[in-house]
Ligand binder design. Structure first.
Ligand code: AMP
Length: 631
């Protein structure tokens, strides 16, 4: 049979939505089959596989443990502490059941929240899967986050229990977590009743009597415990994951159970081309969406082994990732352009030192993939390098080139573009002012998705349906469509090119940061009167944050104060959010009506023409910025 064109296949996924997804739903086990494939009766909400009951942990662990208990499931390597561990599906099930028993003993049940503040160690994955097993909602917070960011997430999620560890480690530097966690709990209004601590022996810590529990002790006690999977209606929330938006208050992206499992299972097969029994390696962190979808749930649901890595791409040397590919016979790998740009600074011969014959493809996502980086790595590895575009909100790729759909022609990659809309996504390019659909090639518009979002995408914002509707669905005039908040163009062949965010979100080394959040934090420093933070192009990290700050007393400007402001950000938000520079100015560029001209600041910082400045109140403001940047 001649394969059909991808565009026709994509059109079918939308036109015959329910039958299309009903077929995909067979990829997972259901305790009760769905009664309705998609309930669209209450836009902008959508409910997938209504009435079906299933469980993420059953699909990721138990069903494989039953069929092939001795096959590898979770592989863990830490170059930070020089350790590695291998868990078969059978062993993984044992660990997860023991963990689930600890949760149950603490009276954690279905619908309760568990906040996970953990480094990249197997216990973090056990914690997530144990929550999924009993229907508790996990909320993983990235281990590097500082106490006040953590406190706001504790207040939003109101967890019954927190799972944490004594410390993480990055590039050989131990980062103690416990003091940050204790301070966060002191700052938060909501107080979790228990804190389950994994002691790695990296950083001594104080226990709070009556609250803090010792993982090792509980693990011994619950060895061999059996805790059945809770069968959950498909639309039950499985987890929340916080992400930055335009305001300082982070949004808890909430996902379901059934839709997520089906979407991941399908993507593992059709997009990533993984096969059960093989090894998938994503270099991300469980604190980010890639870690949820493609370190923990996706590969395991698909019956693959997943390689979890604590370490950097350059320690002990810049060939470490490839040595792992060789050792564990990795077939599919997932990373971020920044990691590749870091490697690019090292000798390309390091890519050739190891046997990479098992590797079939490298997927890169999280930020724009520039052409030189894509070429360098594709030539160095001699495997396809596949860009894919998505968001914390979508949960799985929205634009890429799916190469593994049976009976469907593969879409060739095109440098500079992540690809074409994936099946299930009704992607539209819209005029920002009028909301009109742009159909002619090469027009710039807002990238949007028509209702309903496919399975696996966010259900809502945790505890705030109005914010979900207003933020995402009502930003384009006259239309109720989901806005990605990214600018894009589409060429004559349907390839989409991402041009950057329409809002104040920036992307530093693949991490999404709200400039407003950083501004709010810097404004909290006693010396600062006013501040503007913009994202500026950076050869290594894609973008870095630069802060322009007006001091209460301009005479205090000094390199020491710049350092102090950076430390303040480290302490409040974490080092990920630290601006690359804090420049002290006496006035910020504003319009006569007082609107801050962030885009002009950004243009000047990138050495571009700031455009029309007729509305600028004080022309000296930008001149000052230019002079400072030249220093
Ligand atoms: P996050 O939710 O942290 O994954 O960030 C999502 C944002 O990262 C998107 O809205 C884009 O701005 C950007 N992004 C993610 N993947 C890509 C990609 N492949 N190309 C360009 N931008 C991307």
């Amino acid at each position: 049979m001649t394969p059909i064109a991808y565009a026709d296949f994509h059109a079918r996924s939308l036109a015959e939505r329910d039958s299309f997804w009903a077929e995909q739903a067979r990829r997972i086990d259901w305790q009760t089959p769905p009664q309705q494939i998609c309930d669209v009766s209450r836009p902008p909400f959508a409910r997938w596989f209504v009435g079906g009951t299933t469980n993420l942990c059953h699909n990721a662990v138990d069903r494989h443990a039953a069929a092939r208990p001795d096959e590898r499931a979770l592989l863990w390597v830490s170059t930070e502490v020089g350790q590695q561990r291998v868990y078969s599906f059978g062993q993984l099930q044992g660990e997860v059941e023991a963990f689930a028993a600890m949760l149950v003993e603490q009276d954690v049940g279905a619908g309760d929240r568990v906040l996970i503040y953990m480094p990249m160690i197997p216990e973090a994955a056990f914690a997530m899967l144990a929550c999924a097993r009993i229907g508790a909602i996990h909320s993983v917070v990235f281990g590097g986050f500082a106490s006040s960011s953590l406190a706001s997430r504790i207040d939003d999620a109101s967890p019954k229990l927190v799972v944490s560890a004594d410390a993480g480690s990055r590039a050989g530097k131990v980062l103690p977590y416990k003091p940050l966690l204790d301070e966060a709990i002191a700052l938060s209004t909501h107080k979790p009743s228990a804190v389950l601590m994994v002691d790695r022996g990296l950083a001594p810590f104080q226990r709070v009597p009556g609250r803090d529990l010792d993982y090792a002790e509980l693990r011994r006690r619950h060895d061999g415990a059996r805790v059945p999977c809770a069968w959950l209606e498909s639309n039950t929330p499985s987890y929340t994951l916080y992400t930055s938006g335009t305001t300082g208050k982070p949004k808890g992206v909430q996902r379901d159970v059934g839709g997520y499992a089906v979407a991941l299972a399908t993507s593992m097969d059709w997009i990533f081309g993984g096969k059960p029994g093989e090894t998938f390696f994503s270099t991300s962190d469980i604190g980010w969406v890639v870690g949820h979808s493609y370190i923990v749930y996706g590969p395991l649901i698909h019956g693959m082994a997943t390689l979890m890595y604590e370490g950097t791409p350059v320690n002990p040397d810049a060939s470490v990732l490839w040595s792992l590919v060789e050792k564990y016979r990795v077939t599919v790998m997932f990373s971020a352009p920044t990691a590749v740009r870091v490697l690019k600074k090292h000798d390309a011969a390091l890519l050739k030192q190891h046997d990479l014959s098992s590797l079939r493809a490298l997927f890169l996502a999280g930020e724009p993939l520039d052409e030189p980086t894509a070429r360098w790595i594709a030539e160095g590895l001699s495997v396809p390098v596949i860009d894919n575009y998505w968001q914390t909100e979508t949960g799985w790729p929205l634009l890429t080139v799916a190469h593994h759909i049976p009976g469907v022609q593969a879409v060739p990659t095109r440098l500079g573009s992540p690809g074409v809309p994936m099946y299930g996504y009704d992607v539209q390019l819209l005029d920002e002012q009028t909301g009109a659909v742009l159909t002619a090639p090469d027009q710039k518009g807002v990238l949007a998705i028509a209702h309903p979002l496919p399975p696996g995408a966010l259900q809502t914002v945790w505890g705030d349906d109005a914010r979900f509707a207003n933020t995402y669905w009502h930003s384009v005039p006259g239309r109720e469509v989901y806005s990605t908040f990214d600018w894009a163009t589409r060429d004559a062949d349907g390839y989409t090119f991402i041009l950057g965010r329409t809002d104040d979100v920036i992307n530093v080394a693949g991490h999404r940061l709200g400039t407003r959040e950083i501004e709010e934090c810097i404004s909290g420093h006693a010396a600062i009167a006013e501040v503007a933070v913009v994202g500026v192009a950076d050869a290594l990290k894609g973008q870095v944050a630069i802060a322009f700050a007006v001091l209460r007393d301009p005479a205090l400007a000094s390199p020491a104060l710049e350092g102090a402001v950076m430390k303040h950000v480290d302490a409040q938000l974490g080092a990920v959010a630290r601006p690359a520079r804090v420049l002290f100015v006496t006035v910020l560029p504003k319009t006569r009506s007082g609107k801050l001209l962030r885009r002009a600041l950004q243009a000047v910082a990138e050495g571009r023409d700031p455009g029309d400045l007729t509305t600028l109140d004080d022309p000296g403001a930008l001149a000052q910025v230019k002079t400072l940047l030249q220093k």
